[in-house]
Design a protein around this ligand. Structure first.
Ligand SMILES: *Cc1c(COP(=O)(O)O)cnc(C)c1O
Length: 373
């Protein structure tokens, strides 16, 4: 067993990754024109029950393309959770639209769907749903609200590969859904992402936006500004090999979650991830811990003490209304989202990667117990 530290994430790359990468090198296909890109798009789209998959260079880019494909711009409002990553809000703000926040459910840590309807105005164009840390958002009521008000839905499923809601794949909901393939996700391409849709026109728009909006017949004449968001054949080769093992990865993640539950659930004054809801079993994208308010110790202090014991951690998301860059734009003045604020100040996650060995997990449990007993 290694005596060095245990990183918060270690990917698992011992399937066909090497074989497929070699195929890229030996065939000379390394750019986005290579055959693995289409194979990965088709396989992934099939896995999440979508007609179209558009592979891009990361999950943030997938969200950017989704927001732009829906034509969201000045005068529009988009509802999204306060407790999420900056990637969700960036293009909304850059496009001149107004982000409107909702707080989290204290038990699932997901956006509180009951708060959504009160935030709808005549300017609302879309709801961005973000499934957080392993449990999906309660989609049925959310989709009903969206339909009743004629709103588009963007589903950020970056943490939900293989997860289902009432048996339906996460990423199959919404007009557009997005994934990330960063190394801490259940399927990784190093860096990578995908936008998925059923609608032909939305998918075509995303394909065009990904590729600088080159036009098929007048390549260097542009009607619209896009980006270069292309995924390479090398990345897609990795992704395809990873995708082949997704079911096995889910089993590993859930086993890891159950082991952490068994070791940590008797510790006082902490909240652990919910094992399941009526619509899903937790997929433990990461294993989070939220410190009770009766404790003096906050997340920062707990992470510091774990770091001193060689255990890697990450803080929970800092809520959008607390982001200096957004406050300086005059957004969210005097707004408060108490659950998201508490999750940020009291929450962090412990090593949860697919490559985490059992002996390492035991060491994490010992250290967490020392710090939090
Ligand atoms: C990881 C993640 C992203 C961003 O993906 P990148 O590939 O890192 O750009 C977006 N949304 C959520 C919810 C994520 O977890």
């Amino acid at each position: 067993m290694s005596t060095t530290g245990i990183p918060v994430n270690t990917p698992l790359l011992d399937g066909n990754e090497r074989k497929y990468l070699l195929e890229c090198i030996e065939s000379g296909w390394i750019s986005s024109e290579g055959p693995f890109v289409r194979r990965f798009e088709e396989s992934f789209a099939e896995r999440v029950d979508r007609h179209h998959g558009v592979a891009v260079c990361n999950g943030t880019a997938a969200l950017d393309a989704a927001v732009e494909a829906l034509g969201i711009g000045a005068g529009d409002e988009v509802i999204l959770p306060a407790f999420t990553i900056i990637s969700c809000i960036a293009q909304i703000v850059r496009a001149g639209a107004t982000p409107v926040l909702v707080d989290s459910d204290p038990v699932t840590w997901n956006m509180d769907v009951r708060e959504v309807e009160a935030r709808i105005t005549p300017r609302t164009r879309a709801i961005m749903v973000v499934h957080i840390y392993g449990l999906p958002v309660d989609m049925d009521p959310l989709l009903k609200i969206a339909a009743r008000h004629g709103l588009a839905v963007i589903e950020d499923a970056a943490q939900m590969h293989g997860q289902t809601y009432k048996g339906r794949p996460c990423g199959s909901f919404g007009d557009l859904s997005t994934f990330s393939f960063y190394p801490n996700k259940h399927v990784t391409t190093g860096e990578g992402g995908m936008v998925l849709a059923n609608d032909d026109k939305l998918a075509d728009d995303c394909r065009s936006l990904r590729n600088l909006c080159f036009q098929p017949h007048k390549r260097f004449v542009h009607e619209r500004l896009g980006w270069n968001l292309r995924m390479t054949n090398l990345q897609a080769a990795l992704g395809l090999a990873q995708l082949e093992r997704l079911d096995e990865f889910l089993v590993r993640k859930r086993r890891m979650g159950a082991r952490y539950d068994a070791a940590l659930s008797t510790l006082p004054a902490i909240q652990l991830p919910l094992v399941e809801t009526s619509y899903a079993r937790n997929a433990y994208w990461v294993y989070g811990i939220v410190l009770g308010e009766e404790r003096d110790m906050d997340a920062e202090e707990a992470m510091r003490q774990l770091a001193a014991r060689g255990i890697g951690t990450r803080p929970f998301f800092c809520p959008m209304h607390w982001q200096p860059v957004l406050q300086r734009k005059g957004l969210f003045e005097s707004e408060s989202y108490p659950v998201a604020e508490r999750l940020y100040t009291r929450g962090f996650y412990i090593p949860s990667g697919l490559g985490l060995a059992k002996a390492e997990q035991d060491r994490v449990c010992e250290a967490v117990t020392e710090v939090l007993a």
